[in-house]
Design a protein around this ligand. Structure first.
Ligand code: GDG
Length: 748
């Protein structure tokens, strides 16, 4: 993509995170009091509620804009979540946000209900700002971290991020519809946007139809093959990357809404609302951001005609319309407000009486409690959007109606209508049909209302927003978010291993037994892990092996393992099966190659502060852990290229911020197989955190147990979160092994 370089390079963060959410707006608002005092206030939207537990459990950070233009803020913590602000200038706000996002993409993606405007400067700002968000994420993400990008304002971020950080697991979720190709193809930058999205591993949409539209656009514009939800994307190195594009319908914190609705003071407020409207027989309610996609005009028109025709009367029915202020600096929205207010004013003028108002029109935002009281007060909820990604208001109404009463009238053009089939479904463009549906809703007998509401409630309560995020993240990482400690399935596997005749416990060192540190010589296993290893190694039926990429020398120094521990160094090139008996004799040709290899890599790394080279008996490792990730990746690329250009038969492997070269090939999988044979093991457990540990997982048998430490792609069947959890796992294994031995000894 031909994108200009970012203007700023000072979005510095000094901490990295395993899980990152990137969205245009942060989940906090900046507030300035009358005395000039300032504070951050949480804005408790559905997304925050859904992701809060995930973020807390996974050491997560949220990247986004603060809502204040032309101001820079340092990263900070709010309510246990790390917040990393990305600045926007007033001009960028105008061009990237109000312009390209809300005046180009929004109308285009909502089936051109309003005409989209295409401006090249807006696009340029969009690219620039997307790059800034991507760079902030690239800096803040740990090795192999999960980054989840939200919504149409940031569609270029996945590709930009993948280019800077190929190690990351990248997800994207589109909260709004994705249009049919005939409409999408109007976008002058249609290829760039799709290419941007295809940088993700998983692209989520609200409806299956949106995912289908996207896959069709990919086929039409790029000719990539798609099978069901899988898209095969060719990468620059000629390999194919699998991208998943499918629907994950978003939801709400249903239990939270119900809990609010059950509060006595909220119910009291609902009664007050009814009273203040003159206790009409039927209250109809609309709650929308004041947006042309929401079909507010169609709704008001239908209601006006019903009053005109005498099918409804203001004595019996009142419509409450909350239209919360939105995007008021965009011209189309200003016009829309004028039109709706003229329409509402006319209608009230024509039909209201001194005692009964036809429409109570409220151009305000309200606290959530008040919204819930309104939902409780409403007999009929009108959701008449012309196009809507999901529409959460419909789900909120349902969640609040624990009394199994109330009728939801729902447009077929909302994502919600795919799930909420027991609503009264309408086509809002068909004004006659809409009028009939409104009358049907107003007259619906109590039993019918209850029957429908019960079915709707089951659906919403079972599919809440926590389930939405869990399903997405599971698809993305293959695991979801890892809970701390030892999971139940892992505990079951431990119990099974405990009774095996001869057990091999094979453990990676750095990142598994010892937390990763800047200087490799400082790495140490925790006291707990060491004690557990000693207990395991104390009996004859169990052997412990440490399998590392480090050279044996260095491994022996930092691990100081108990006597009898088997050691495998340099990814299996060195193996120590007896104390002091490790050897590796390089052939002359290998020695020559090794020398040249050192010269080349030294030359490449010499100009870069913070890069260092670790020598190994049959190769070397170029460490880039102390460099910014982008510089590190670039340095690794040039080292790889230089070596490939000059030497043949060199094995290269990428680890966490390290690139390893070896003149003799071996991997942890081969090493594990030799260890198993040596020990005569009947069962093996292997624990590791790095990509190089994947070879060992691949060498396991069906009855063995593989445990991956941390996030990132893995073929291991189990996961733990951190080195602390590895220590706990080893303790439990030692306990289980002791218990099994004791139980066996009681039998003659
Ligand atoms: C986009 C997509 C998709 C509204 N006024 C007030 C208020 N709200 C709350 C509602 C609801 C939310 O705002 C609006 O959500 P919607 O889903 O209805 O619509 P969008 O804002 O257009 O959201 C949409 C959604 O993203 C999620 O993916 O469903 O299709 O367009 O939660 O309750 N809340 C409070 N006061 C108000 O005055 N407290």
């Amino acid at each position: 993509m031909n994108a200009p370089e970012p203007e700023r390079d000072d979005l510095y963060v000094d901490h990295v995170y395993d899980m990152i959410v990137v969205s245009n707006r942060l989940p906090v608002d900046y507030e300035e009091g009358p005395g000039g005092e300032t504070r951050w206030k949480g804005s408790p939207g559905g997304l925050v509620t859904a992701l809060e537990p995930v973020m807390r459990a996974a050491d997560g950070a949220w990247i986004g804009w603060t809502g204040v233009a032309d101001r820079e803020f340092d990263p900070f913590e709010h309510d246990g979540i790390s917040i990393i602000p990305v600045p926007l200038s007033a001009q960028e706000l105008e061009e990237y946000y109000e312009g390209f996002s809300n005046d180009t993409l929004w109308p285009l993606y909502h089936d051109v209900i309003a005409p989209p405007r295409f401006h090249r400067e807006w696009w340029e700002a969009y690219v620039r700002v997307n790059r800034r968000f991507a760079e902030a994420a690239a800096r803040a993400a740990s090795d192999g971290a999960v980054v989840w990008v939200q919504d149409y304002q940031l569609q270029l971020v996945p590709r930009m991020l993948r280019e800077a950080r190929p190690d990351l697991v990248i997800g994207f979720f589109n909260h709004i519809p994705f249009p049919a190709y005939g409409i999408y193809s109007q976008l002058p930058w249609r290829r760039q946007v799709i290419d941007g999205l295809l940088g993700a591993d998983v692209i989520g949409f609200q409806r299956a139809a949106d995912a289908g539209n996207f896959s069709r656009a990919v086929r039409r514009l790029f000719g990539y093959s798609t099978r069901g939800t899988i898209i095969d994307v060719p990468d620059s190195d000629g390999e194919t990357r699998r991208v998943v594009a499918r629907h994950f319908p978003i939801s709400i914190d249903a239990a939270g809404f119900e809990e609010l609705a059950r509060r006595p003071e909220v119910q009291e407020r609902a009664r007050e609302i009814r009273e203040s409207l003159g206790n009409p027989e039927t209250i109809m309610l609309g709650v929308d951001r004041l947006d042309y996609t929401k079909g507010i005009r169609h709704r008001v028109k239908a209601f006006g005609e019903l009053l005109r025709d005498g099918r409804l009367s203001v004595e019996d029915v009142t419509l409450v319309q909350v239209a919360s202020p939105s995007r008021e600096r965009v011209e189309t929205y200003r016009q829309l407000r004028d039109e709706i207010e003229l329409q509402v004013g006319r209608l009230n003028g024509d039909y209201s009486t001194l005692g009964h108002q036809a429409i109570a029109y409220l151009h305000h935002g309200y606290p959530r409690e008040e919204m819930v009281a309104l939902y409780l007060a409403a007999d009929v909820m009108l959701v008449t959007a012309l196009r809507d990604g999901m529409n959460l208001v419909a789900k909120e109404y349902v969640a609040c109606r624990f009394d199994d009463d109330g009728v939801l009238l729902l447009s077929e053009f909302t994502g919600a209508s795919d799930e909420l089939r027991q609503a009264v479904l309408v086509n809002p463009h068909d004004i006659e049909g809409l009028k009939d549906a409104i009358v049907e809703a107003v007259r619906m007998p109590r039993r019918e209302r209850a029957r429908r509401m019960r079915a709707l409630r089951r659906r919403v309560l079972e599919n809440d927003v926590a389930k939405w995020s869990a399903t997405f993240l599971e698809t993305l990482t293959g695991t979801g978010i890892i809970a701390p400690g030892v999971s139940d399935p892992l505990q079951t596997a431990i119990a099974r291993l405990a009774s095996s005749e001869r057990l091999l416990v094979a453990l990676d060192f750095d990142g598994t037994l010892a937390p990763l540190v800047d200087r490799p010589e400082d790495a140490r296993a925790s006291q707990r892990a060491r004690a557990a290893i000693e207990r395991l190694a104390a009996s004859d039926d169990t052997r412990v092996a440490i399998v590392s990429g480090r050279a044996l020398d260095s491994l022996g120094q930092v691990a100081s393992p108990p006597a009898g521990t088997l050691l495998s160094g340099s990814h299996g090139v060195e193996l120590q099966l007896e104390p002091g008996a490790a050897t590796i004799d390089l052939r002359d040709s290998e020695l020559v190659k090794l020398e040249r290899l050192s010269e080349i890599v030294e030359e490449v790394a010499s100009g870069t502060d913070g890069a260092w080279i670790e020598r190994k008996p049959a190769g070397l490792a170029l460490h880039t852990r102390r460099l910014p990730s982008k510089t590190g990746t670039a340095l690794q690329h040039s080292a790889r290229d230089r070596v490939a250009a000059e030497l043949l038969g060199i094995t290269v492997r990428t680890g966490k911020a390290v690139l390893e070269f070896a003149v003799r090939s071996s991997d942890k999988g081969e090493s594990l197989t030799r260890l198993r044979q040596h020990v005569g093991a009947t069962a093996v457990i292997y624990v590791g955190d790095d990509v190089t540990d994947e070879d060992a997982f691949a060498a396991l048998d069906d009855d063995d147990v593989g445990v991956k430490v941390g996030q990132g792609k893995s073929i291991a069947t189990h996961r733990v979160r951190s080195t602390d959890d590895v220590a706990e796992l080893l303790e439990r294994l030692a306990d289980a092994r002791d218990a099994a031995r004791e139980a066996a000894s009681r039998w003659p």
